[in-house]
Design a binder for this molecule. Structure first.
Ligand SMILES: NC(=O)c1ccc[n+]([C@@H]2O[C@H](COP(=O)([O-])OP(=O)(O)OC[C@H]3O[C@@H](n4cnc5c(N)ncnc54)[C@H](OP(=O)(O)O)[C@@H]3O)[C@@H](O)[C@H]2O)c1
Length: 230
């Protein structure tokens, strides 16, 4: 069975992705900073190795790479863990630069650092990298300049990586709005109950992983699985 590493798997999209792949029988390596939440999220799933830690910590990333080594290879890396930054999100003219550095550290530097550590096993498997992006990478929403520019950097990093590593499948995946903690943080005090659950995005993510279209940027809506009509 294939092996995937999914960062940020204790809730939201990462948890939904981990649950879907584990149910398929995949071997998984997962992380999140809070060990208890991660253990709760993975309870009842088989073939899951939980490695709690912070993706911005080089020692934790080395632990993840060691877990990949013990698993004997890696087919799919999902760089999902992400940081929104301050909430409410400040305008760029007021954006605290130390916070901006942390947003870039989590959303840009850590994904690339993991890719660098895992290029060898991914290449050996002709594997897939899914960097989870956002519409804020391509739309200029006021207040979204920190997070959005970090996701734009992640998109470009993905595109250049695809040009440099033709044996890999490299995707920036824009899931669209989802009812998660991060989304609530982006819209503090707002009722977000009309946003779709992260599980609704999983068929599109699985289609990307299964069908492996040409490397590029994909929105979940581009990959929506048509409803089966009787
Ligand atoms: N929700 C949306 O509407 C939306 C829209 C577009 C794109 N996205 C993207 O979709 C992805 C998933 O977002 P989500 O809404 O599911 O987020 P979420 O509910 O806030 O979950 C984030 C997950 O990442 C973990 N995490 C955060 N920082 C981490 C770090 N430094 N190291 C390790 N794990 C970390 C969190 O656990 P701990 O806190 O315990 O570490 C949690 O498991 C992100 O890349 C996000 O940018 C979301």
């Amino acid at each position: 069975m294939p092996t995937a590493l999914i960062t940020g798997a204790s809730r939201g999209l990462g948890r939904a992705a981990a649950q879907a792949l584990a149910r398929r029988g995949w071997s998984l390596i997962v992380d999140a900073r809070r060990a208890d939440d991660l253990a709760d999220a993975m309870r009842g799933l088989t073939g899951v190795v939980a490695v709690p830690g912070d993706v911005t910590d080089p020692r934790h990333r080395a632990d993840l790479a060691a877990a990949v080594g013990r698993a004997g290879g890696l087919d799919v890396l999902v760089n999902n863990a992400s940081q929104l930054g301050p909430s409410p999100q400040p305008l760029l003219r007021d954006y605290p630069l130390d916070e901006l550095g942390r947003v870039y550290g989590t959303n840009v530097v850590a994904p690339l650092a993991l890719i660098q550590l895992l290029t060898a096993p991914l290449t050996a498997a002709a594997g897939t990298i899914v960097n989870v992006s956002s519409d804020a990478a391509v739309e200029a929403y006021p207040g979204w300049g920190g997070y959005g520019s970090a996701k734009a950097a992640l998109d470009q990093l993905t595109a250049v990586l695809a040009a440099e590593e033709p044996s890999l499948h490299c995707y920036a995946f824009d899931p669209g709005d989802m009812r998660t903690d991060m989304h609530q943080q982006a819209f503090p005090g707002e009722d977000i109950s009309d946003r779709p659950e992260p599980e609704t995005v999983i068929p599109a993510l699985l289609r990307l992983i299964d069908e492996r279209p040409p490397s590029g940027r994909y929105r979940a809506t581009d990959l929506a699985v048509p409803a089966v009509t009787p």
